[in-house]
Design a protein around this ligand. Structure first.
Ligand SMILES: *[C@@H]1O[C@H](CO)[C@@H](O)[C@H](O)[C@H]1NC(C)=O
Ligand SMILES: *[C@@H]1O[C@H](CO)[C@@H](O)[C@H](O)[C@H]1NC(C)=O
Ligand SMILES: *[C@@H]1O[C@H](CO)[C@@H](O)[C@H](O)[C@H]1NC(C)=O
Ligand SMILES: *[C@@H]1O[C@H](CO)[C@@H](O)[C@H](O)[C@H]1NC(C)=O
Ligand SMILES: *[C@@H]1O[C@H](CO)[C@@H](O)[C@H](O)[C@H]1NC(C)=O
Ligand SMILES: *[C@@H]1O[C@H](CO)[C@@H](O)[C@H](O)[C@H]1NC(C)=O
Ligand SMILES: *[C@@H]1O[C@H](CO)[C@@H](O)[C@H](O)[C@H]1NC(C)=O
Ligand SMILES: *[C@@H]1O[C@H](CO)[C@@H](O)[C@H](O)[C@H]1NC(C)=O
Ligand SMILES: *[C@@H]1O[C@H](CO)[C@@H](O)[C@H](O)[C@H]1NC(C)=O
Ligand SMILES: *[C@@H]1O[C@H](CO)[C@@H](O)[C@H](O)[C@H]1NC(C)=O
Ligand SMILES: *[C@@H]1O[C@H](CO)[C@@H](O)[C@H](O)[C@H]1NC(C)=O
Ligand SMILES: *[C@@H]1O[C@H](CO)[C@@H](O)[C@H](O)[C@H]1NC(C)=O
Ligand SMILES: [Cu+2]
Length: 593
């Protein structure tokens, strides 16, 4: 080879390598429209993206950017959130309504710029207004950058399982009614896997989701919990799985015969199809920690079928997983959750903050707000509520981000406290009445750029309804450094923190009558929502906002807003389309009994 051709060849190689490392830009159009769906022997119209439930899959490589133009052809305002995508410096496209934007009104469109950075694995997108996320959601698949690989051998195939909640009837209408009267929110009528209830539910056997596998192959299974109000157990008969990723980060492999997955969470599992040729149920069902005096929970077994390809005589009935835990098996759940660890390797290092500058303790409670003459439909004639550090969050009518960016006053107050007002035995059985009524407000926590933050979430037994709370943070992932039962002891418990290989996640289960401690570095300036991912708790005020200030340079500051943001206007009063199915009214009366 002559020198010239050698140089030319080198130049080409350089361009090639540069291309490989370069991040791509993708464009998607999402059309939101009402469509009729029939499940559980009953038809209803609901809002979906591009006529499909679940909606379209977004596929990217690590570090890519996606522009999603969302066209609202429905009849009410909607926003979309890119769950677990950190969106560096770009809260404008994060999505939670009245936090970072106002709803995209019917007949209008809004383009989200979704910026991927460190995420790799599986995340998802969902509506972040009212309860619309029950029908408006879909998967986000993030492959490694081209030229790099996953920390496990390349699987032979992939499958996505989106676990969701199905409601007979118009769920937004039912919830608005309950919020007005102060009643508890409706329970789902069944869980679904990829939109289907499966063989054990009425009128569902013909549409059960089927996944065909080849004997001997290993598959990557991406599981997303898109259910509205439930932690779920998920298992596949006879097939152990290996958990290799959670929330768009890798974890040390965990071999188990089931998983527990909280709403908002995503998990990547490896499954080897090496059992006898046949059919096996994949089952999702509730893991319930809320033994409250409200009605029961949704006890349905949602199923899909793993089916081996080939010519064989299958048993008439697929095998049901013998290993899926019972509905209230806390031991099984916490044992599994406690096994999650980061890879913490040379290739996938951890970076746990060690020099904490802000420490917080946030209590998580169920509450009520008193109603005159016990006129509400919640607990003892009161209105059901919930809180963080006894503050029940109230959504403003102009989004917090706009108010912060434009310095508008009267929208929020920057005084969310580092400690609850009063300390009491948070997990005691008989708490005094004065712990039950929260204060209401739009209080946000202000943080300086690059602060190293430690937050302990402390569950409480207020109202005698302690339960798990899957706390989710926007704009960040964080390390879960500790967790335990009872009251957090700030002298002894930190001694057991895992600062070596704690899991890095965007949501964490605060155990019933227990606590969890997380750490993160506040290096993403913006306005970021923090909330329980049980939708009803979110509605009742179990949330707050964190504002991370700019760092003083353009590269450490919030980006300027896009030229168009949906305007903030009071929502018009809703006229639901004429109902052609009354069955949910019967159901709802039953719920209130
Ligand atoms: C959604 O539908 C629109 C219009 O029919 C189409 O242009 C767009 O490509 C679809 N988007 C996806 C993600 O399939
Ligand atoms: C759904 O079905 C009902 C009853 O057949 C019909 O009136 C309605 O227009 C349909 N809605 C949509 C969005 O197709
Ligand atoms: C999208 O909205 C912009 C205004 O923000 C408008 O100019 C444009 O015509 C809309 N596009 C479509 C396809 O509706
Ligand atoms: C969403 O909630 C707001 C505030 O409660 C309400 O004004 C609006 O009508 C609701 N929209 C839907 C579709 O339920
Ligand atoms: C499946 O997982 C369970 C629970 O971790 C374990 O006890 C069992 O040995 C595993 N089975 C196989 C074949 O790996
Ligand atoms: C099936 O594959 C798993 C994962 O590789 C392995 O642990 C297990 O022993 C295999 N079982 C059989 C029956 O070959
Ligand atoms: C779900 O499956 C379990 C078997 O593990 C069964 O005991 C239970 O009754 C089923 N639930 C319903 C609602 O059918
Ligand atoms: C499947 O196997 C049976 C029994 O060995 C045979 O009769 C049949 O032709 C086979 N079918 C196909 C599609 O190969
Ligand atoms: C810890 O943080 C403080 C306050 O930001 C700073 O002054 C100090 O230098 C830091 N120490 C280390 C070891 O990084
Ligand atoms: C708090 O309440 C729990 C449950 O009643 C009890 O076991 C514990 O001893 C109490 N702790 C303190 C410090 O009183
Ligand atoms: C409740 O009342 C008791 C006794 O009056 C008081 O000591 C305690 O601080 C109060 N707790 C709260 C949360 O206000
Ligand atoms: C531990 O908690 C107590 C309140 O229970 C508080 O007064 C004290 O400052 C805390 N100590 C540390 C090191 O945070
Ligand atoms: Cu909660």
């Amino acid at each position: 080879m002559g020198l010239l051709s050698k140089l030319l060849w080198l130049a080409c190689l350089n361009i090639f390598l540069f291309r490989m490392a370069e991040s791509a830009v993708h464009y998607y159009d999402f059309v939101l429209r009402e469509k009729n769906f029939t499940r559980l022997c009953s038809t209803k119209s609901m809002l979906v993206v591009n006529d499909s439930f679940p909606g379209p899959v977004i596929r990217v490589h690590k570090g890519d950017t996606v522009f999603v133009n969302v066209h609202n052809e429905g009849y009410y305002g909607v926003t979309i959130h890119w769950h677990g995508v950190k969106q560096p410096r770009n809260p404008w496209s994060d999505g939670p309504e009245y936090i970072t934007q106002c709803p995209i009104e019917p007949g209008t469109n809004f383009t989200y710029e979704v910026i991927f950075s460190t995420e790799e694995g599986t995340l998802w997108w969902h509506a972040h207004s009212n309860w619309t996320r029950s029908s408006v959601h879909g998967a986000i698949v993030i492959y490694p950058k081209e030229g790099t690989t996953t920390p496990y051998p390349k699987p032979d195939g992939e499958e996505i399982f989106i676990l969701g909640s199905w409601y007979v009837g118009n769920i937004n209408a039912l919830v608005l009614e309950d919020l007005k009267t102060g009643a508890s929110a409706p329970e789902s009528d069944s869980y679904v896997i990829n939109g289907q209830p499966g063989d054990f539910l009425p009128c569902s056997q013909d549409s059960t989701h089927r996944w065909v596998v080849d004997f001997g192959k290993t598959y990557l299974v991406r599981v997303i919990n898109a259910a509205m109000n439930a932690d779920l157990f998920f298992a596949i008969a006879k097939h152990n799985i290996t958990v290799v990723g959670v929330d768009g980060s890798y974890v040390k492999p965990i071999v188990n015969d089931f998983i527990v997955i909280s709403p908002g969470q995503t998990m990547n599992l490896l499954l080897t199809a090496n059992q006898s040729l046949g059919q096996y149920y994949a089952v999702a069902r509730q893991y319930d920690t809320d033994q409250s005096f409200f009605n029961g929970f949704d006890d349905t077994n949602a199923t899909a079928i793993l089916m081996y390809s080939g010519n064989y005589t299958a048993p008439d009935v697929p095998l049901f997983p013998s290993n899926i835990p019972a509905y209230t098996d806390n031991n099984a759940a916490y044992k599994f959750i406690g096994r999650l660890r980061s890879l913490a390797s040379k290739e996938y290092p951890v970076n746990v903050p060690l020099n904490i500058t802000t420490r917080m303790l946030i209590t998580i409670s169920m509450n009520y707000l008193p109603c005159p003459n016990a006129s509400c439909a919640g607990i003892d004639g009161n209105m059901i509520a919930s809180s963080l550090s006894n503050m029940s969050f109230v959504n403003p009518t102009t989004d917090v981000l706009l108010a912060y960016y434009r310095n508008l006053s009267g929208i929020y107050t920057p005084d969310f406290p580092n400690w609850p007002e009063s300390f009491f035995n948070f997990t005691a059985d008989d708490l005094p009445l004065n712990t039950t009524i929260p204060t209401q407000g739009t209080r946000v926590k202000m943080l300086d750029y690059n602060e190293e933050v430690e937050i302990t979430f402390q569950g409480t037994a207020v109202l005698k309804i302690p339960q798990n709370h899957p706390m989710h943070m926007h704009g960040y992932s964080f390390y879960v450094v500790g967790s335990g039962f009872g009251n957090f002891n700030n002298e002894t418990d930190p001694k057991n923190f895992n600062l070596v290989d704690p899991p890095e996640v965007n949501s964490v289960e605060v155990p019933k009558d227990g606590w969890v401690t997380i750490r993160f570095k506040a290096n993403n300036p913006g306005v970021w929502f923090w909330h329980c991912h049980f939708e009803r708790h979110l509605d009742w005020g179990m949330n707050t906002v964190m504002i991370v200030k700019n760092g003083g340079t353009p590269e450490t500051s919030i980006r300027p807003p896009p030229t168009y943001m949906p305007p903030c206007r009071p929502p018009p009063s809703l006229a639901w389309p004429k109902d052609f199915d009354d069955s949910h009214e019967v159901r709802n009366e039953y719920e209130r009994k």
